[in-house]
Design a protein around this ligand. Structure first.
Ligand SMILES: Cc1ncc(COP(=O)(O)O)c(C=O)c1O
Length: 374
């Protein structure tokens, strides 16, 4: 008997081979120049650590309310009211990371065959979560500028389209959509009766002013997803939140009850503390690194200057068969980066993360400049 034969078709619908190949190759390196990391290189703020420790010590170790501890929800609501004004009918759900919010929202929304429009390149979970749930991801190519192209989105919409999902600032491109683009996305959602999911996990990591939120325009049909992984360095702690129309949040809460149950208790107390921490020093540091990397590579690569997050998504130079081939060459030279096909239906670009120390960025950019002319 082979257990392999028991694995569901659903599971086979997910292909993780691209990224695995990179990690397998990277594992052979002794001192890699690692520009592949999708998490901040700063630690969780002390206030958040202290709050988690205090929560554990004082016995707050049980299940919490499914929707999250009242103190954290109240704090999130206060922040949202500050930013957007009265919440009206909107509700908040504390989730296990933004990933938890993505999965719950798609579970709550999709019937088999329903289509979800994703801007390509996309955050990798969207495609796989949609497929796991029997939905169909429909990719709208945004190359070469990675901006919102309303005409292309309109062309991808069919009677089965139910959701438009976008991330700004984006992973992997770092592009921040303008207020005008957010309005265009909301208008499309309105015109075609779609739910808009606005993934704003990088909203605090924005370097040319505040990143416009997708929750401003069509709030009655928009789900806002935000989290603590990138802004508070809490990737391993699994905390995020969803805010949106009451029926959707209620459906997600019901599903959370039978899946995640609740976000980890002590982490919710940590999140409450993290919300009061000023992260300006980290934002300034990332802005400086963006400048450095852009300056180092712009004469060597076709590259879009990102407005947020901590990624660049340059085009692979002519002469390489694919981004995968380019990344293999980079790894032979000690540099770990991610090929574009992990985030895209194309394999023409690669992702660099600048969540790495200056010395590592220097070494990485040196290798990339050498590889620019194959
Ligand atoms: C655009 C985007 N959304 C969501 C996530 C998932 O974040 P979390 O750690 O909160 O699940 C990531 C993480 O890389 C991301 O880049």
């Amino acid at each position: 008997m082979s257990v392999e034969s028991f694995i569901s078709q659903r599971c086979h619908a997910v292909d993780a081979s691209g990224i695995r190949k990179v990690f397998d190759l990277g594992a052979k390196l002794t001192d890699p120049i690692n520009l592949s990391i999708g998490q901040p290189d700063f630690d969780v703020p002390d206030a958040a650590k202290a709050a988690a420790i205090e929560a554990i010590r004082s016995g707050r170790n049980g299940y919490t309310l499914t929707q999250g501890i009242p103190e954290l929800r109240a704090r999130i609501e206060a922040a949202l009211i500050d930013e957007f004004g009265p919440l009206g009918d909107a509700r908040v759900l504390v989730t296990s990371g933004v990933s938890g919010g993505i999965l719950l929202s798609l579970m709550a929304l999709l019937n088999p065959g329903d289509e979800v429009v994703c801007l390509d390149p996309y955050f990798v979970i969207y495609k796989h979560a949609v497929r796991l749930l029997g939905g169909v991801p429909v990719f709208v190519d945004t190359y070469p500028d990675f901006r919102l192209h309303p005409d292309r989105i309109e062309a991808a919409i069919t009677p089965r389209t139910k959701v438009l999902i976008l991330a700004s600032p984006s992973n992997p491109t770092g592009v921040v959509l303008s207020a005008e683009e957010m309005k265009q996305a909301a208008d499309i959602a309105e015109r075609h009766n779609l739910i808009l999911i606005s993934d704003e996990i990088y909203c605090q990591l924005s370097y040319d002013g505040t990143a416009p939120s997708g929750w401003r325009e069509a709030r009655h049909r928009t789900l806002l997803l935000r989290g603590f992984s990138k802004s508070a360095g809490m990737t391993g702690w699994r905390l995020g939140y969803a805010a949106g129309p009451r029926p959707l949040i209620e459906a997600m809460t019901k599903l959370q009850q039978y899946t995640f149950v609740c976000a980890p208790s002590m982490v919710q107390y940590a999140g409450l503390a993290a919300m009061d921490v000023d992260i300006t020093v980290h934002v300034d540091e990332f802005r400086a690194r963006r400048k450095f990397v852009h300056g180092a590579l712009r004469d060597y690569y076709e590259i879009v200057r990102p407005g947020g997050g901590f990624y660049f998504f340059p085009k692979v130079p002519d002469g390489y068969a694919s981004a995968t081939a380019f990344v293999e060459r980079a790894i032979e030279n000690g540099l770990l980066i991610i090929p574009g096909n992990v985030f895209s239906e194309r394999d023409t670009h690669f992702r660099i993360s600048y969540a790495a120390e200056q010395s590592v960025l220097h070494r990485g950019c040196d290798v990339l400049r050498r590889l620019a002319r194959p």
